[in-house]
Each structure stands twice: as structure tokens, then as C-alpha cells.
Design a protein around this ligand. Structure first.
Ligand code: A3P
Length: 300
């Protein structure tokens, strides 16, 4: 089926199904064998996130750190989703994520995934690739996902907010349970040292500090001038205006419903959760998030 944004309708929207214990939609599982057999290279960098945790933000930072100086025209002509292919993506009418990754001319290759850790192609681990994982607090993450599911018309029908929230708590979201995702990757970090686990809230609090940490993980030392440029370029307002990173060129999203660069805040959940919803969510959260070493901030 080819996708025509002028004929968006509910039939294009994916339907959740159970895929090895994780809720998925077909466009992220249809190329499974090729995804699993993907041949990573030792210098590949994998950017892994639960959807809406700041994937685009960190992708753009890594792209600027590696290629911002070398090829300025890259910044003005290639959308971020082509510079950083989405490995498991098989959206009809777009190139397969695996093919895009295989055709990347850059070194290192920056590759994005939303897969829970157990689904990551094994060659990334075998090649000891660097992995950057970004996590975002559950409450803001679900709010952002709710708005995204309205505008990204390949996602399942979101329904109303209260049923959406219930679905999130049950883990019936595309790419499965947020709780399993952030915990699974957190555990992986204990065993796999080439994983940099970072938080959206820390990025909002102090992006310069987080870029410094990324640079030391990646073994990069940008000049003061370069770092200043990058820090300026990755501010929310700059990214929102930048057509190469704000997804305005993505035909599968309807910006009339909601922009991709929506608010970029910590604590927007307070504008969506009722007091009762927040209390129920917190109770449930305590049961699911047992590891005291993994802590999130819901406000800064
Ligand atoms: P909101 O919907 O809360 O605004 P992803 O790239 O993983 O899909 O994440 C998208 C979320 O990250 C959106 O959250 C978006 O606004 C936010 N985001 C992207 N770039 C940002 C930036 N430079 N500063 C703050 N938030 C940013």
C-alpha cells in the first residue's frame, strides 16, 4: 500500500499486535529478518530510545558533533531522518531503514532504533558499537506520545486521553511497555560498558553539560566555537524553525494536528493528567519501577 497524505484515513493506521511479548505494528516488524541480520560496523553509533524521549534532539547533536564542520551543506539539504536512518522502519513509500543504513556514506554511521534492548541486532553488541540511550520521564513521555499518535498517521488510533493513559500503563503501545524499555536498557548498561544512558530532563536542564558528557563518551573534543554553535543550534526554538530537523518534510505526519517539535518541556504532563490520574499512575509506577538506581525527574 502506498501512502498518500491527502487521503489519510483510519485504514492506514497500524494495529497493535503481540510480537514476542511486545506490542508492535507491522511497519516496524515487516523487515524483521533483515533487521536482525543487520551487519553493524565497529564505529557505528546506535541511538536508542523509547519513542518521544528526545531521539531527534540527540540525533541532531551527534550529527553536528561528527559532521557539522566537515559538510555544512549536509545541514541544509538532508533531513535528519535520512542522516540518521530508523533501522526497523518499513513505512510504505519510504525506503527501508535497513537499506538506508546500509547506503549511508558517512563514517561513523549514526543509526536510530526504538527497539527494546532484547530485539537489537546482535552485531551491534558483537562489534562493541557505541550506544547512546535517551530516557524521558514516563508522564511527559506518554503526553508527547499521545500528541504524536494523533499527528503521525501510521500509528494506531490514539483514542481519548484517559483510555490512552490506561493503555500506556498496560504497555500496549507501539514498541511496548515504557517501563520494560527503560529498565531493560538500564540493566544492559550494567553489563555493556559502551552504552551512554542519558535523560531528557538533564538535557533540558543543561544541554551544554550533556553535550560535554556525550563528547567524552564519543572521544570528541570540539573547539569552544564549535560547541557554542552546536549548543545554539540544538535549542528547542532553533530546531523548531529548522526544516531539516523539525520533520516538516515528513509526509507521514500531519502538522495541522500537532507539530513534531511540540513543547519540549519537562512537566507538561501537569496540563494533561487530572489529580486522580496522577495518583493512580504513581501507585502503578511504584509497582513497576523497583530498581532504586533508576530515577526520573518529572519536574526541574
Ligand atoms: P514534546 O512532544 O513534549 O514537545 P522524539 O524525537 O524522540 O520523537 O521526541 C520528540 C520530543 O522531543 C518532543 O517532545 C519534542 O518537542 C522534544 N524535543 C525535540 N528537540 C528538542 C529540543 N531541542 N529541546 C527540547 N525538546 C525537544
Amino acid at each position: 500500500m502506498s501512502f498518500d497524505p491527502d487521503k489519510m484515513n483510519s485504514t492506514f493506521r497500524g494495529e497493535l499486535f503481540d510480537f514476542h511479548g511486545v506490542s508492535m505494528i507491522h511497519i516496524f516488524t515487516d523487515n524483521w529478518e533483515n533487521v536482525q541480520n543487520f551487519q553493524a560496523r565497529p564505529d557505528d553509533i546506535l541511538i536508542a530510545t523509547y519513542p518521544k524521549a528526545g531521539t531527534t534532539w540527540v540525533s541532531y547533536i551527534l550529527d553536528l558533533l561528527h559532521f557539522g564542520q566537515q559538510s555544512p551543506e549536509r545541514q541544509t539539504s538532508i533531513p535528519i531522518y535520512e542522516r540518521v536512518p530508523f533501522l526497523e522502519m518499513t513505512i510504505p513509500s519510504l525506503n527501508l531503514g535497513v537499506d538506508q543504513a546500509n547506503n549511508l556514506p558517512t563514517s561513523p554511521r549514526l543509526i536510530k532504533t526504538h527497539l527494546p534492548v532484547q530485539f537489537v541486532p546482535k552485531s551491534f553488541w558483537e562489534q562493541n558499537c557505541r550506544v547512546v540511550y535517551v530516557a524521558r520521564n514516563a508522564k511527559d513521555n506518554v503526553v508527547s506520545y499521545f500528541h504524536f499518535d494523533h499527528m503521525a498517521q501510521f500509528q494506531p488510533e490514539p483514542g481519548d486521553w484517559s483510555s490512552y493513559l490506561q493503555r500506556f500503563m498496560k504497555g500496549k503501545m507501539v514498541f511496548g511497555s515504557w517501563y520494560d524499555h527503560v529498565n531493560g536498557w538500564w540493566k544492559k548498561k550494567q553489563a555493556y560498558s559502551n552504552l551512554h544512558y542519558m535523560f531528557f530532563e538533564d538535557m533540558v536542564e543543561d544541554i551544554g553539560r550533556e553535550i560535554d558528557k556525550l563528547c567524552s563518551f564519543l572521544g570528541l573534543s570540539p573547539s569552544v566555537e564549535e560547541k557554542k554553535q552546536i549548543t545554539g543550534g540544538v535549542q528547542f526554538d532553533s530546531m523548531k524553525m529548522n526544516d531539516m530537523v523539525n520533520h516538516s518534510t515528513a509526509t507521514v505526519m500531519d502538522f495541522k494536528i500537532s507539530p513534531f517539535m511540540r513543547k519540549g518541556k519537562v512537566g507538561d504532563w501537569k496540563n494533561h493528567f487530572t489529580v486522580a490520574q496522577s495518583e493512580e499512575f504513581d501507585e502503578d509506577y511504584k509497582k513497576k519501577m523497583k530498581d532504586p538506581s533508576l530515577q526520573f525527574h518529572t519536574e526541574i
